[in-house]
Design a protein around this ligand. Structure first.
Ligand code: PSU
Ligand code: MN
Length: 299
């Protein structure tokens, strides 16, 4: 594992650090929107006084903190493996490159000593998951790895009710940032309640500290709704989601290809609108994560 000098120094000095994932770069947006998103996310973290640590596996090395040219290469590369937790060892051993999912990014962040991570949306229980058993490894990682994930909830391609049930069973707190309702990525609400509402970054940081002190296993979901002016009308989202799910079914997409396929279809169908919303919510999550990281380090 190679931690960038800037990240290492920040960790040693107990300055705020925010981990960022790379599946969102390789499989979440088309080029060059992915490059813009990755670079802007890093800039937003810096504007808020945090050091960004984008995580990926590059040529068999687990990298924590990428340079601009690393990010450019990753964004432009085709056929980069989507790396979940189970793939980390294999990719490193075989000298390959992989873009880390939420699960893999959490696993690596924890090993590097990073407590807070920002992304767009988490994976979850897929619709029909009770029979296909398609449940994202993100949920398992949240159950065992103490990293807080700041996200805009989960996309409605997923079964949000079952995703929340699963997180409850596995002991993962689902905290709403200034909301009582778990957000559904493009929309501010899903109709399902969060466990607790947090009013400011200080409250969030306090929850993380207390959980550290009590040695509670696992991470936390900090759900930050998309800003009202970036929200997409629920009916529009649902229509795109239904169509994407039908296409996936017809083309018999399965396993780890499901999520990237659905994301790409939704982006295609909404003509750039969902891409815009997706970028905006990522930046908002990075900003909040940086503020929480700052409050967390202040004690
Ligand atoms: N959901 C999104 N955008 C994403 C992802 C999920 O709205 O980019 C990515 C994340 O990297 C997440 C992964 O960890 O997809 C989940 O994939 P799976 O469902 O195969 O576990
Ligand atoms: Mn899956």
């Amino acid at each position: 594992m190679q931690v960038a000098p800037e990240v290492l120094e920040a960790l040693e000095k107990r300055l705020p650090v925010v981990a960022l994932e790379s599946t969102i770069i390789s499989h979440g947006f088309p080029y060059p929107a992915n490059l813009e998103c990755a670079l802007t996310a890093e800039r937003v973290a810096r504007e808020e006084g945090a050091v960004p640590a984008t995580i990926a596996i590059v040529g068999g090395v687990v990298r924590v903190g990428l340079s601009r040219s690393d990010i450019e290469r990753l964004a432009a590369a085709k056929d980069v493996a989507k790396a979940s937790t189970r793939d980390i060892g294999t990719l490193v051993a075989l000298g390959r490159t992989g873009a880390t999912t939420v699960a893999a990014t959490m696993a690596i962040a924890r090993r590097a000593g990073i407590r807070i991570f920002a992304t767009g949306g988490i994976g979850g229980v897929h619709r029909g998951g009770q029979s296909t058993m398609d449940v994202s490894a993100d949920l398992e990682e949240l159950a065992r790895t103490r990293v807080a994930v700041v996200c805009a909830g989960a996309k409605s391609v997923l079964d949000i009710g079952r995703t929340l049930e699963y997180l409850e069973t596995r002991g993962v707190p689902v905290l709403g940032y200034q909301t009582d309702d778990f957000p559904a990525f493009y929309t501010r609400t899903s109709g399902f309640p969060v466990d607790a509402r947090l009013q400011d970054p200080g409250e969030a940081a306090r929850v993380l500290r207390v959980r550290d002190e009590l040695d509670m296993p696992g991470g936390e979901v900090i759900a930050n709704p998309i800003a009202p002016h970036d929200e997409i009308p629920p009916a529009e989202v649902e229509a795109a989601v239904e169509a994407a799910l039908r296409d996936a079914d017809r083309q018999r997409i399965s396993g780890k290809a499901v999520t990237p396929f659905l994301l790409a279809r939704i982006h295609e169908m909404s003509g750039g609108r969902s891409e815009q919303a997706n970028k905006a919510l990522v930046y908002s999550n990075v900003r909040l994560a940086a503020r929480i990281a700052h409050a967390y380090q202040m004690r």
